[in-house]
Design a protein around this ligand. Sequence first.
Ligand code: ATP
Length: 335
Amino acid sequence: MRILGIEGTAWAASAAVFEYDPDDPAPLDADQPFIETDAYQPESGGIHPREAAEHMGEAIPAVVESALDAADGPIDAVAFSRGPGLGPCLRIVGTAARALAGTLDVPLVGVNHMVAHLEIGRYGSGFDSPVCLNASGANAHLLGYHDGRYRVLGETMDTGVGNAIDKFTRHVGWSHPGGPKVEEAAKDGEYVDLPYVVKGMDFSFSGLMSAAKAEYDEGTPVEDVCFSLQETIFAMLTEVAERALSLTGSDELVLGGGVGQNERLREMLSTMCADRGAEFYAPDPRYLRDNAGMIAVLGAKMLAAGDSLTIEESAVDPNFRPDEVDVTWRADEAS
Ligand code: ATP
């Protein structure tokens, strides 16, 4: 089967085509899935929902056309991000997906964006039932599969991890996105104390960000604040990831989300997994940041399981949680 995936939850107007044989799933490579992305870049500040939606409206037709041009034959289904994400962006992508499915006369598949971050890691790793750390812009959580659902084992109590980092870099006057700039600056930094906030299996970033801004305002070199931000935030995520492995008995960890492109985070997770005899897999960066490839990959599995939507059922949901998803495509797998 050949699936067209469309992503547009925040900054990435993206379309992809994925060829999937459920009986003989091919490995991911540089051409498969084909992905075309047009990124929204704010002129100043962070992501503005109205501007991001305008970008979606302008960019989606061209990226979809590229994906359709790259397809090696007719499309069997259209998969799209139903949420979570920015409402104005989701509505544009939902409308585009419904129109395309109608025009092509193929099924419509509604994908949870955070479950797609997880499933592209599971697909690439070949792991059976991993714990997943999704470290993205608007989210931060640990997921584990049990009895037909992905359960949230731990999550942020306030902002997403990337958004927290981006708030600090806006304060410093750096352009969006801030994560890569913090990673670069951290290479020359030394540690200063910042609040480390893990409560049970959950974590919090807001007090930590206020403290980081205060350190900067008091004259601590920005390299030192960046280094300390990374060490503190990533240690919090690594601690909870380790406890999630321990709690579930799983010995497989996959990483998802745009912050997963950070080498220091990957190093910490990889070291933790090696220390406890677990396996760690981080997908290629093009599958970590928002991309339609992950929507097409999960869309294909859902279609193979007969999991599609009528137009009436296809409303988008800005607060669509991963634990609300009925995991139809793993019905035959062990729990
Ligand atoms: P979500 O998937 O939750 O909807 P999102 O739409 O913001 O999040 P992602 O592409 O998953 O998108 O993540 C973007 C975030 O990743 C931004 O906050 C950005 O600063 C951060 N980021 C990108 N590269 C790095 C890096 N090298 N180190 C740390 N953070 C990074």
